[in-house]
Design a protein around this ligand. Structure first.
Ligand SMILES: [Zn+2]
Length: 406
Protein backbone atom coordinates (compact mmCIF):
# COMPACT_ATOMS: atom_id res chain seq x y z
CA UNK A 1 0.00 0.00 0.00
CA UNK A 2 1.50 3.39 -0.89
CA UNK A 3 2.32 5.62 2.03
CA UNK A 4 2.42 9.40 1.90
CA UNK A 5 5.54 10.90 3.42
CA UNK A 6 5.20 14.49 4.48
CA UNK A 7 7.39 14.77 7.53
CA UNK A 8 8.68 18.10 8.77
CA UNK A 9 12.08 17.28 7.28
CA UNK A 10 10.67 16.99 3.78
CA UNK A 11 12.24 19.52 1.44
CA UNK A 12 10.19 20.77 -1.44
CA UNK A 13 11.65 19.20 -4.58
CA UNK A 14 12.49 21.27 -7.63
CA UNK A 15 9.44 21.14 -9.92
CA UNK A 16 11.01 19.34 -12.88
CA UNK A 17 13.10 16.88 -10.87
CA UNK A 18 12.20 13.20 -10.87
CA UNK A 19 10.93 12.59 -7.37
CA UNK A 20 9.67 9.56 -5.55
CA UNK A 21 8.55 11.15 -2.33
CA UNK A 22 6.61 8.05 -1.39
CA UNK A 23 7.91 4.54 -1.87
CA UNK A 24 5.28 1.81 -1.46
CA UNK A 25 5.58 0.63 2.12
CA UNK A 26 5.33 -3.05 2.92
CA UNK A 27 6.27 -5.37 5.75
CA UNK A 28 9.03 -7.85 5.05
CA UNK A 29 10.73 -10.60 7.01
CA UNK A 30 14.48 -10.32 7.61
CA UNK A 31 15.04 -13.59 5.72
CA UNK A 32 13.70 -13.04 2.22
CA UNK A 33 14.88 -16.51 1.31
CA UNK A 34 17.69 -19.01 1.76
CA UNK A 35 18.15 -21.49 -1.08
CA UNK A 36 20.86 -23.98 -0.23
CA UNK A 37 21.75 -26.63 -2.80
CA UNK A 38 23.29 -28.77 -0.05
CA UNK A 39 26.45 -29.01 -2.16
CA UNK A 40 29.59 -27.00 -1.43
CA UNK A 41 30.14 -23.88 -3.49
CA UNK A 42 29.93 -20.11 -3.50
CA UNK A 43 27.51 -18.11 -1.37
CA UNK A 44 25.71 -15.18 -2.95
CA UNK A 45 24.48 -12.98 -0.11
CA UNK A 46 21.96 -10.39 -1.32
CA UNK A 47 20.94 -7.49 0.91
CA UNK A 48 18.00 -5.38 -0.24
CA UNK A 49 16.31 -2.38 1.32
CA UNK A 50 19.08 -1.22 3.65
CA UNK A 51 17.43 2.07 2.70
CA UNK A 52 13.71 1.74 3.42
CA UNK A 53 12.57 3.89 0.48
CA UNK A 54 14.25 1.51 -1.97
CA UNK A 55 11.84 -1.44 -2.23
CA UNK A 56 12.65 -2.30 -5.88
CA UNK A 57 15.66 -4.38 -4.82
CA UNK A 58 13.57 -6.35 -2.32
CA UNK A 59 10.91 -7.09 -4.93
CA UNK A 60 13.59 -8.07 -7.46
CA UNK A 61 15.32 -10.58 -5.21
CA UNK A 62 11.98 -12.07 -4.09
CA UNK A 63 11.09 -12.66 -7.76
CA UNK A 64 14.50 -14.18 -8.53
CA UNK A 65 14.19 -16.50 -5.52
CA UNK A 66 10.74 -17.65 -6.66
CA UNK A 67 12.09 -18.49 -10.12
CA UNK A 68 15.10 -20.31 -8.61
CA UNK A 69 12.70 -22.43 -6.53
CA UNK A 70 10.68 -23.32 -9.65
CA UNK A 71 13.87 -24.40 -11.41
CA UNK A 72 15.22 -26.30 -8.36
CA UNK A 73 18.31 -24.09 -8.39
CA UNK A 74 21.03 -23.34 -7.35
CA UNK A 75 22.88 -26.47 -8.41
CA UNK A 76 25.71 -25.79 -5.97
CA UNK A 77 26.39 -23.31 -3.22
CA UNK A 78 23.58 -21.18 -1.86
CA UNK A 79 21.74 -17.90 -2.17
CA UNK A 80 20.94 -16.02 1.03
CA UNK A 81 18.69 -12.95 0.69
CA UNK A 82 18.09 -10.54 3.57
CA UNK A 83 15.96 -7.44 3.94
CA UNK A 84 17.88 -4.45 5.35
CA UNK A 85 15.97 -1.83 7.30
CA UNK A 86 12.67 -3.56 8.16
CA UNK A 87 11.28 -0.63 10.18
CA UNK A 88 12.06 1.90 7.46
CA UNK A 89 10.78 -0.39 4.67
CA UNK A 90 7.46 -0.64 6.52
CA UNK A 91 7.18 3.16 6.40
CA UNK A 92 8.74 3.70 2.96
CA UNK A 93 11.42 5.99 4.44
CA UNK A 94 15.16 5.97 3.82
CA UNK A 95 15.70 5.49 7.56
CA UNK A 96 14.00 6.18 10.89
CA UNK A 97 16.80 7.21 13.29
CA UNK A 98 20.01 7.04 11.25
CA UNK A 99 21.27 5.83 7.88
CA UNK A 100 21.67 2.04 8.21
CA UNK A 101 24.24 2.06 5.39
CA UNK A 102 26.69 3.89 7.65
CA UNK A 103 28.40 2.82 10.83
CA UNK A 104 29.82 -0.52 9.63
CA UNK A 105 33.40 0.30 10.66
CA UNK A 106 34.74 -1.49 13.75
CA UNK A 107 34.69 1.63 15.97
CA UNK A 108 31.11 2.54 15.01
CA UNK A 109 29.92 -1.00 15.66
CA UNK A 110 31.59 -1.03 19.07
CA UNK A 111 29.94 2.32 19.93
CA UNK A 112 26.55 1.04 18.72
CA UNK A 113 26.85 -2.04 20.94
CA UNK A 114 27.45 0.21 23.96
CA UNK A 115 24.28 2.25 23.45
CA UNK A 116 21.51 1.42 25.90
CA UNK A 117 17.87 2.29 26.51
CA UNK A 118 16.77 5.65 25.17
CA UNK A 119 20.11 6.20 23.43
CA UNK A 120 19.41 3.32 21.09
CA UNK A 121 18.04 4.09 17.64
CA UNK A 122 15.80 1.72 15.68
CA UNK A 123 18.70 1.14 13.28
CA UNK A 124 20.92 -0.13 16.13
CA UNK A 125 18.69 -3.19 16.47
CA UNK A 126 18.47 -3.61 12.68
CA UNK A 127 22.25 -3.52 12.44
CA UNK A 128 22.67 -6.00 15.30
CA UNK A 129 20.30 -8.42 13.57
CA UNK A 130 22.13 -8.03 10.25
CA UNK A 131 25.55 -8.47 11.87
CA UNK A 132 24.36 -11.79 13.35
CA UNK A 133 23.24 -12.96 9.90
CA UNK A 134 26.40 -11.73 8.14
CA UNK A 135 28.66 -13.47 10.64
CA UNK A 136 26.66 -16.69 10.40
CA UNK A 137 26.93 -16.62 6.59
CA UNK A 138 30.72 -16.18 6.69
CA UNK A 139 31.10 -18.91 9.34
CA UNK A 140 29.09 -21.44 7.36
CA UNK A 141 30.55 -20.64 3.91
CA UNK A 142 31.90 -23.58 1.90
CA UNK A 143 33.43 -21.42 -0.85
CA UNK A 144 33.80 -17.77 -1.84
CA UNK A 145 31.19 -15.30 -0.60
CA UNK A 146 29.88 -12.52 -2.81
CA UNK A 147 27.94 -9.73 -1.10
CA UNK A 148 25.47 -7.88 -3.33
CA UNK A 149 23.81 -4.78 -1.84
CA UNK A 150 20.80 -3.57 -3.88
CA UNK A 151 20.05 0.16 -3.97
CA UNK A 152 18.04 2.64 -6.01
CA UNK A 153 18.51 6.38 -6.32
CA UNK A 154 16.37 9.51 -6.36
CA UNK A 155 17.59 10.52 -9.83
CA UNK A 156 16.99 8.90 -13.19
CA UNK A 157 19.76 7.26 -15.17
CA UNK A 158 21.38 3.94 -16.01
CA UNK A 159 22.20 1.26 -13.41
CA UNK A 160 25.74 1.11 -12.06
CA UNK A 161 27.94 -0.74 -9.56
CA UNK A 162 29.96 0.70 -6.68
CA UNK A 163 32.87 -1.41 -5.56
CA UNK A 164 36.22 -1.28 -3.88
CA UNK A 165 38.78 -1.80 -6.59
CA UNK A 166 40.17 -5.20 -5.74
CA UNK A 167 41.02 -7.47 -8.65
CA UNK A 168 38.19 -9.87 -7.70
CA UNK A 169 35.58 -7.13 -7.40
CA UNK A 170 36.61 -5.55 -10.67
CA UNK A 171 36.65 -8.85 -12.57
CA UNK A 172 33.20 -9.77 -11.31
CA UNK A 173 31.83 -6.26 -11.90
CA UNK A 174 33.21 -6.02 -15.44
CA UNK A 175 31.69 -9.41 -16.30
CA UNK A 176 28.22 -7.91 -15.84
CA UNK A 177 28.84 -5.13 -18.37
CA UNK A 178 27.28 -2.62 -15.93
CA UNK A 179 29.24 0.65 -15.42
CA UNK A 180 31.57 0.56 -12.42
CA UNK A 181 32.15 3.43 -9.99
CA UNK A 182 35.47 3.31 -8.17
CA UNK A 183 36.42 5.16 -5.02
CA UNK A 184 33.02 5.79 -3.49
CA UNK A 185 33.82 3.72 -0.41
CA UNK A 186 36.70 6.01 0.47
CA UNK A 187 34.31 8.94 0.74
CA UNK A 188 31.38 7.29 2.50
CA UNK A 189 32.26 6.23 6.01
CA UNK A 190 31.33 2.73 6.98
CA UNK A 191 28.92 1.51 4.29
CA UNK A 192 27.94 -2.16 4.61
CA UNK A 193 30.20 -2.83 1.63
CA UNK A 194 33.14 -1.90 3.84
CA UNK A 195 32.33 -4.51 6.49
CA UNK A 196 32.65 -7.21 3.84
CA UNK A 197 35.63 -5.56 2.13
CA UNK A 198 37.50 -5.54 5.45
CA UNK A 199 36.97 -9.32 5.63
CA UNK A 200 38.32 -9.93 2.13
CA UNK A 201 34.85 -10.70 0.77
CA UNK A 202 33.88 -9.72 -2.76
CA UNK A 203 31.32 -6.94 -2.35
CA UNK A 204 29.28 -4.97 -4.87
CA UNK A 205 26.65 -2.28 -4.34
CA UNK A 206 24.18 -2.04 -7.21
CA UNK A 207 22.31 1.16 -8.05
CA UNK A 208 19.42 -0.17 -10.11
CA UNK A 209 17.88 3.10 -11.29
CA UNK A 210 15.36 5.61 -9.92
CA UNK A 211 13.44 4.39 -6.86
CA UNK A 212 10.03 3.84 -8.45
CA UNK A 213 10.94 3.81 -12.13
CA UNK A 214 9.16 0.88 -13.81
CA UNK A 215 12.46 -0.53 -15.20
CA UNK A 216 14.42 -0.45 -11.95
CA UNK A 217 13.24 -3.77 -10.50
CA UNK A 218 13.95 -5.45 -13.85
CA UNK A 219 17.48 -4.00 -13.88
CA UNK A 220 18.15 -5.55 -10.47
CA UNK A 221 16.68 -8.89 -11.58
CA UNK A 222 18.78 -8.96 -14.76
CA UNK A 223 21.93 -8.15 -12.82
CA UNK A 224 21.24 -10.84 -10.20
CA UNK A 225 20.76 -13.47 -12.93
CA UNK A 226 24.04 -12.49 -14.62
CA UNK A 227 25.87 -12.72 -11.29
CA UNK A 228 24.33 -16.09 -10.41
CA UNK A 229 25.43 -17.51 -13.77
CA UNK A 230 28.86 -15.92 -13.60
CA UNK A 231 29.53 -17.11 -10.04
CA UNK A 232 28.49 -20.61 -11.04
CA UNK A 233 25.33 -21.16 -8.97
CA UNK A 234 23.15 -21.32 -12.06
CA UNK A 235 24.33 -23.05 -15.26
CA UNK A 236 23.88 -20.98 -18.43
CA UNK A 237 22.17 -24.04 -19.94
CA UNK A 238 19.34 -23.63 -17.40
CA UNK A 239 19.02 -19.83 -17.39
CA UNK A 240 20.10 -18.08 -20.58
CA UNK A 241 21.97 -14.92 -19.61
CA UNK A 242 21.57 -13.36 -23.10
CA UNK A 243 18.18 -11.65 -22.56
CA UNK A 244 19.34 -10.31 -19.18
CA UNK A 245 22.50 -8.95 -20.79
CA UNK A 246 20.43 -7.33 -23.55
CA UNK A 247 18.05 -5.82 -20.98
CA UNK A 248 20.97 -4.23 -19.12
CA UNK A 249 22.66 -3.03 -22.33
CA UNK A 250 19.48 -1.09 -23.17
CA UNK A 251 19.37 0.40 -19.67
CA UNK A 252 23.07 1.35 -19.71
CA UNK A 253 23.01 3.18 -23.05
CA UNK A 254 26.15 5.25 -23.54
CA UNK A 255 27.36 5.39 -19.92
CA UNK A 256 31.16 4.89 -19.63
CA UNK A 257 32.38 1.46 -18.38
CA UNK A 258 34.47 2.69 -15.43
CA UNK A 259 34.44 6.04 -13.65
CA UNK A 260 36.25 7.25 -10.58
CA UNK A 261 34.71 9.50 -7.96
CA UNK A 262 36.60 12.78 -7.67
CA UNK A 263 34.37 14.68 -5.26
CA UNK A 264 31.62 14.10 -2.71
CA UNK A 265 29.43 17.05 -1.78
CA UNK A 266 28.58 16.25 1.85
CA UNK A 267 25.59 18.06 3.31
CA UNK A 268 23.89 18.65 6.66
CA UNK A 269 20.32 19.81 7.24
CA UNK A 270 21.45 23.38 8.05
CA UNK A 271 22.84 23.72 4.50
CA UNK A 272 19.29 23.73 3.08
CA UNK A 273 20.82 21.97 0.07
CA UNK A 274 18.76 21.91 -3.12
CA UNK A 275 20.04 20.12 -6.20
CA UNK A 276 19.38 22.01 -9.42
CA UNK A 277 16.62 20.22 -11.33
CA UNK A 278 17.06 17.81 -14.20
CA UNK A 279 20.28 15.94 -13.41
CA UNK A 280 20.43 12.23 -14.14
CA UNK A 281 23.23 9.83 -13.18
CA UNK A 282 26.27 10.24 -15.47
CA UNK A 283 25.07 13.67 -16.66
CA UNK A 284 28.13 15.49 -18.05
CA UNK A 285 28.69 19.04 -16.76
CA UNK A 286 31.15 21.71 -17.88
CA UNK A 287 33.28 23.86 -15.57
CA UNK A 288 31.06 26.52 -14.01
CA UNK A 289 27.78 24.64 -14.51
CA UNK A 290 25.17 25.29 -11.82
CA UNK A 291 24.78 22.15 -9.70
CA UNK A 292 22.85 23.17 -6.62
CA UNK A 293 21.93 25.90 -4.15
CA UNK A 294 22.41 26.06 -0.41
CA UNK A 295 22.38 28.74 2.31
CA UNK A 296 25.69 30.08 0.99
CA UNK A 297 24.34 30.52 -2.54
CA UNK A 298 25.12 28.79 -5.81
CA UNK A 299 27.26 25.66 -6.09
CA UNK A 300 29.01 25.32 -9.44
CA UNK A 301 31.22 22.64 -10.99
CA UNK A 302 34.94 23.39 -10.61
CA UNK A 303 35.82 21.36 -13.70
CA UNK A 304 34.31 19.11 -16.34
CA UNK A 305 32.74 16.10 -14.59
CA UNK A 306 30.00 13.51 -14.58
CA UNK A 307 27.28 13.94 -11.93
CA UNK A 308 26.37 10.89 -9.85
CA UNK A 309 23.67 10.36 -7.23
CA UNK A 310 22.22 13.89 -7.28
CA UNK A 311 19.94 14.16 -4.23
CA UNK A 312 16.27 14.64 -5.05
CA UNK A 313 14.85 13.35 -1.77
CA UNK A 314 14.59 14.66 1.76
CA UNK A 315 16.94 12.33 3.59
CA UNK A 316 20.59 11.76 2.81
CA UNK A 317 23.98 13.25 3.60
CA UNK A 318 25.41 13.20 0.08
CA UNK A 319 24.25 16.12 -2.07
CA UNK A 320 25.89 14.70 -5.19
CA UNK A 321 29.12 13.09 -6.35
CA UNK A 322 31.34 14.11 -9.25
CA UNK A 323 33.29 11.56 -11.27
CA UNK A 324 35.51 11.22 -14.32
CA UNK A 325 35.99 8.29 -16.67
CA UNK A 326 39.05 6.18 -15.84
CA UNK A 327 41.32 6.31 -18.83
CA UNK A 328 41.98 3.04 -20.58
CA UNK A 329 45.71 3.65 -20.32
CA UNK A 330 45.61 3.35 -16.52
CA UNK A 331 43.48 0.22 -16.65
CA UNK A 332 45.88 -1.51 -19.01
CA UNK A 333 48.92 -0.36 -17.04
CA UNK A 334 47.39 -1.56 -13.79
CA UNK A 335 46.45 -4.92 -15.26
CA UNK A 336 49.96 -5.38 -16.54
CA UNK A 337 51.62 -4.32 -13.29
CA UNK A 338 49.37 -6.63 -11.32
CA UNK A 339 49.95 -9.53 -13.66
CA UNK A 340 53.69 -8.94 -13.40
CA UNK A 341 53.34 -8.57 -9.61
CA UNK A 342 55.13 -5.24 -9.82
CA UNK A 343 52.81 -3.55 -7.34
CA UNK A 344 55.39 -4.32 -4.66
CA UNK A 345 57.82 -1.97 -6.41
CA UNK A 346 55.65 1.04 -5.59
CA UNK A 347 57.52 1.59 -2.36
CA UNK A 348 60.69 2.27 -4.30
CA UNK A 349 59.14 5.28 -6.04
CA UNK A 350 60.42 8.67 -4.86
CA UNK A 351 58.36 10.01 -1.94
CA UNK A 352 56.87 6.60 -1.12
CA UNK A 353 57.75 4.50 1.93
CA UNK A 354 56.24 1.62 3.85
CA UNK A 355 54.37 2.41 7.06
CA UNK A 356 56.66 1.05 9.81
CA UNK A 357 53.55 -0.10 11.75
CA UNK A 358 51.68 -1.80 8.91
CA UNK A 359 53.20 -3.76 6.04
CA UNK A 360 50.05 -3.26 3.94
CA UNK A 361 50.18 0.54 4.12
CA UNK A 362 52.35 2.86 2.06
CA UNK A 363 52.92 6.50 3.02
CA UNK A 364 53.26 8.99 0.20
CA UNK A 365 54.88 12.40 0.51
CA UNK A 366 52.40 14.76 -1.08
CA UNK A 367 55.11 17.25 -2.07
CA UNK A 368 56.96 14.62 -4.11
CA UNK A 369 54.24 12.41 -5.49
CA UNK A 370 51.65 14.41 -7.39
CA UNK A 371 48.77 13.88 -9.74
CA UNK A 372 49.52 10.32 -10.76
CA UNK A 373 49.47 8.93 -7.27
CA UNK A 374 45.82 8.33 -6.56
CA UNK A 375 45.10 6.72 -9.91
CA UNK A 376 48.11 4.42 -9.77
CA UNK A 377 47.50 3.34 -6.20
CA UNK A 378 43.80 2.69 -6.75
CA UNK A 379 44.43 0.59 -9.76
CA UNK A 380 47.03 -1.46 -7.97
CA UNK A 381 44.51 -2.31 -5.29
CA UNK A 382 45.32 0.28 -2.64
CA UNK A 383 42.70 2.32 -0.88
CA UNK A 384 43.27 5.90 0.20
CA UNK A 385 43.04 6.52 3.94
CA UNK A 386 42.66 9.83 5.74
CA UNK A 387 45.66 12.14 5.09
CA UNK A 388 48.32 12.07 7.81
CA UNK A 389 49.78 15.59 7.79
CA UNK A 390 51.88 16.06 4.68
CA UNK A 391 51.50 12.38 3.80
CA UNK A 392 48.86 10.37 2.05
CA UNK A 393 48.34 6.82 3.26
CA UNK A 394 47.31 3.96 0.96
CA UNK A 395 46.37 0.55 2.31
CA UNK A 396 46.39 -2.60 0.25
CA UNK A 397 43.15 -4.49 -0.01
CA UNK A 398 43.56 -8.15 0.75
CA UNK A 399 41.08 -10.67 -0.53
CA UNK A 400 40.36 -14.26 0.43
CA UNK A 401 42.24 -16.82 -1.65
CA UNK A 402 38.98 -18.61 -2.56
CA UNK A 403 37.82 -15.43 -4.33
CA UNK A 404 40.20 -16.32 -7.17
CA UNK A 405 37.76 -19.00 -8.30
CA UNK A 406 35.07 -16.41 -8.99
ZN1 LIG B 1 20.40 3.20 -1.09
Amino acid sequence: MPSEIAGPDERRPPPSAPVDAAAPAQSWQRELGILDSGRPGPTVLVLAGIHGNEPAGVEAVVRVLARLRELALPERGRVVALAGNLGALAQGKRFLGRDLNRGWGAASIAAMQQRLGAERLPEDDEQTALLDRFEAVLRSATGPVVFVDLHTSSADGPPFLCLADTIDNRRLGLATGVPIILGIEELIDGAALEWFGARGVCALAVEGGRHLHPDTRGNHEALLWLLLVRIGLVPAARVDPAPHRAHLARAIGAAPPIVEITHRHAIVAADAFRMAPGFVNFAPVAKGALLAHDVRGEIRATGPSLVLLPLYQALGDDGYFLARPVRRFWLHLAQWLRAARLGGLLRFLPGVRRDPDDADTLLVDRAVARWFVVEVFHLLGYRRERPRGAQLAFTRRRSRPENRTL
